[in-house]
Design a protein around this ligand. Sequence first.
Ligand SMILES: Cc1cc2nc3c(=O)[nH]c(=O)nc-3n(C[C@H](O)[C@H](O)[C@H](O)COP(=O)(O)OP(=O)(O)OC[C@H]3O[C@@H](n4cnc5c(N)ncnc54)[C@H](O)[C@@H]3O)c2cc1C
Length: 404
Amino acid sequence: MSTVNTVDAMADRAGAMGISFDLSKEKEFLRANIRTLVERECPPEYARETDEKEEFPERVWKALGEGGFLGIPIGEAYGGAGGDVLDMTIVTEELARRSGAIGLTFFMSSCFGGHLLETMGTEEQKRELLPRLARGEIKFAFSLTEPDGGTDVLGAMKTTAVEQDDHYLINGQKVWTTAAHVSDYITVVARTNQNVKKRADGISVFLLDRETPGIRLRKLEKVGIRATQSFEVFYDNVKAPKSRMLGEKDKGFYGLLAMLNNERILTAALTLGESQAAYDDAFAYAKQRRAFGKPLAQMQAVQHRLAWMYTKVELSRLITYKAAYLQSLGRDCAIEANMAKLVSANHATEVTDSGMQILGGYGYSREYDMQRYWRDCRLHRVGPVSDEMILNIIGERLGLPRCF
Ligand SMILES: Cc1cc2nc3c(=O)[nH]c(=O)nc-3n(C[C@H](O)[C@H](O)[C@H](O)COP(=O)(O)OP(=O)(O)OC[C@H]3O[C@@H](n4cnc5c(N)ncnc54)[C@H](O)[C@@H]3O)c2cc1C
């Protein structure tokens, strides 16, 4: 039997069993393509340099646009590929294996630009912006979190948008708006109605041109994800034309809620990529570094550590791809999406910490990438949503009383 026939026979058998851990040929092709792009456009030295210089990797972004990757979440009618979240998971994982900053910007811009526009935008907004987003000509930053709190985001929200003639006047302050300096648009969330019974009502979403007068950025100094910067954004009497409202007035928060599963799954994919990178580097190092006359890899304590790292990477992959698979089929996966984010982000902090231990003193050197993976992945125990809030949500989904 030829190899091809053997593969087909195995796929048939997997189908008959009703479960398969294999990706389709198309999805494997997508993975091979994005891997090639990463090798060509983002060699390790470039990922390291953009982190050191806090420089956005524009050349990777351009290549992602030209290669059609930025169009994955966008429908074919608007110049995209009409892909699913499983496609996004594959691309995010592969980008994050080289740079968490690129992986994060990819999924933030795609989710909070592309997907939000696609699901909430008017036909005119979609025709104007989606093809440009797919080609990589424009980027979107997302401005939701405020200084008084990101977990209780509705309780903390003070930014207002007041209707006046043909526009809304936006006043307030956001914090941590990532990639605002290189974005053409900021998706900003503001309260348009104070007299509401439910806190999620009375919220609207706007697509602001970043150059609009009254928008001011102040850079925040952070420890990780440094190739893309984060900002406090001050909105001082910013005029948003009515045509720039995204979705229905006062109902914008519900549009954002529909994005949550994707956001959780892609955060899981991002931290999975970071874990995989840490494991790969530690494995290679342990085989070549010697102590007491033999390679580190020959020492049981090091081997056990590597075995645990590998196990954690694989467990993260299983739950992340299961959640992405369910979401792509349109099936309920709120628990799986939240579990994926929880497991993958926690495993990433453990796997990268083990990587630091295996590299010894060199782990602490900025000339090695391990410390970058370690710094980058720590964010995702807190943002875009914290471990504690994920556990609250899983608890509620299990039928326990809501505790937040
Ligand atoms: C590098 C970086 C990039 C970011 N990028 C963006 C961005 O692009 N756009 C954007 O809008 N935001 C962004 N954020 C914000 C991020 O989403 C928030 O930091 C996150 O939601 C947590 O909010 P907080 O920092 O205000 O913490 P807080 O809400 O103050 O929480 C502090 C601690 O209290 C815990 N806690 C709070 N409430 C509960 C509860 N009910 N039960 C149990 N524990 C609780 C939390 O889990 C956490 O451990 C970014 C943050 C960082 C650090």
